[in-house]
Design a protein around this ligand. Structure first.
Ligand code: ADP
Ligand code: ASP
Ligand code: MG
Length: 405
């Protein structure tokens, strides 16, 4: 088999861990498989680099950030290749550029356009284990890019697709995908398998165990993904196509996201074109808007528009929103940072009623006020005060009986 193994930050956090990863890679190779390794930066390294940049610049240029951030994964890939070499196997580290991971120029959240992987294929053919620096690519014009936080997952899945690998293993610090974050709810249950659709919701609603785009990619190219721990040999969670069993479960999990900010434009005229003007301006600045809620005021002449954006983009979004609000003659703009989004997810919701009501009821019973609501076929999300996040997650996990029996 050809197996792509991705090791996250905690899995390569220090020299001892890197040696343990090398052992696991060697074991997989000795079992007769071809292995391609993708690594994240050592735990905390990316944040440290962001911190350094903020000490020299109040608004760091994104191109420069990408070159800086890509260095973390270079370090871990070379160290891991050395550690594998020490075990008597041939390994070679590669940067995103050397692999030929071509992306667009959307710095700090670039999208992969294609992967050539010639150099990597040659290495595999020669019996060498490629150890690829995750999270990075290169534009057609040779600028280094990164793929968004958690982007090594995407590197791994995309490389698995490009190489037509049999399996893509995502090694992390938990045993798999759970009904909710096991670090918040200790009796969360590990799922043996989860559909691409549900995993996509989990990821995009904040469960950082897999990066959202990596799941989109896996779904599109039907890459077999397993999420498992690099700290033990437990079996992990398979991410697969939906099957009939899965539909029987109404709610399969709870996710939360503390990385959102809410902006409200107050008193905008209620006429066609207003929302288009506002959200075009925000989209042009490469900011992704999540929830949008619009309320017509009681006099029917003006509206309030609330929406959420990632916290990292809140300054940028605020600036644009204030400019547009001014131009539109709105009464003002309000920014609220202390919010969180809690969500319940399940493909079974398609055919069940009363799920949302049960969610609202349980939040209410614990005095948790709902600020915004959004729903899709397979999820319900509520924006709440950030200080109730953990409570809300626990309450919902209990209410939908998700715990380990
Ligand atoms: P890595 O550094 O290996 O990429 P991450 O920190 O990105 O690891 O992702 C793993 C973390 O995801 C876990 O430690 C856990 O706290 C968190 N997490 C959130 N929701 C879930 C979930 N439903 N199942 C498993 N882990 C989750
Ligand atoms: N090192 C990057 C991050 O911290 C990418 C990754 O870990 O997947 O976001
Ligand atoms: Mg991650």
């Amino acid at each position: 088999m050809l197996i792509v193994q991705k090791y996250g930050g905690t899995s390569v956090a220090n020299i001892e861990r890197i040696k343990a990863v090398a052992e696991r890679v060697a074991r997989t190779k000795k079992e007769g498989n071809d292995v391609v390794v993708v690594v994240s930066a050592m735990a905390g390294e990316t944040d440290k680099l962001i911190g350094l940049a903020s000490q020299v610049s109040s608004n760091p240029d994104e191109r420069e950030m990408d070159l800086l951030l890509s260095s973390g994964e270079r370090v871990s890939s070379a160290l891991t290749a050395l550690a594998i070499g020490e075990l008597g196997l041939k390994a070679m580290s590669f940067t995103g550029r050397q692999v030929g991971i071509i992306t667009d120029a959307a710095h700090t959240k670039a999208r992969i356009e294609r992967i050539t992987a010639d150099r990597v294929k040659r290495a595999i053919a020669e019996g060498i284990i490629p150890v690829i620096a995750g999270f990075q690519g290169i534009t057609e014009t040779a600028d280094v890019t990164t793929l968004g936080r958690g982007g090594s997952d995407l590197s791994a899945v995309a490389i698995a697709a490009a190489l037509k690998a049999d399996l893509c293993e995502i090694y992390t610090d938990v045993d798999g995908v759970y009904t909710t974050d096991p670090n918040i709810v200790p009796d969360a249950r590990k799922l043996d398998k989860i559909s691409y659709e549900e995993m996509l919701e989990f990821a995009s609603l904040g469960a950082k165990v897999l990066q959202t785009r990596s799941v989109e990619f896996a779904k599109k190219f039907e890459v077999s993904v397993v999420v498992r721990s690099s700290f033990n040999y437990n079996p992990g969670t398979l991410v697969v196509k939906e099957d009939e069993d899965m539909e029987k479960v109404v709610v399969s999990g709870v996710a939360y996201d503390k990385n959102q900010t809410k902006l409200t434009v107050m008193g905008v005229p209620d006429k066609p074109g207003i929302a288009a003007r506002l959200f075009n301006a925000i989209a042009n600045a490469n900011v992704v808007v999540d929830m949008i809620v619009q309320n017509v005021s009681s006099d029917g002449k003006s509206t309030d528009i609330s929406f959420t954006v990632p916290k990292t983009n809140s300054k940028k979004a605020m600036k644009i929103t204030e400019e547009v609000a001014d131009e539109l003659g709105a009464k003002g703009v309000d920014l609220r940072e202390d919010i969180a989004k809690v969500s319940i997810i399940g493909v079974g919701m398609r055919t069940h009623s009363g799920v949302a009501a049960k969610m609202f009821e349980n939040l209410a019973r614990h005095g948790i006020n709902i600020i915004m609501i959004s729903t899709s076929e397979i999820k319900v999300s509520c924006v709440i005060d950030a200080k109730y996040t953990e409570l809300a997650v626990r309450v919902l996990h209990d209410a939908f009986e998700l715990a380990e029996m």
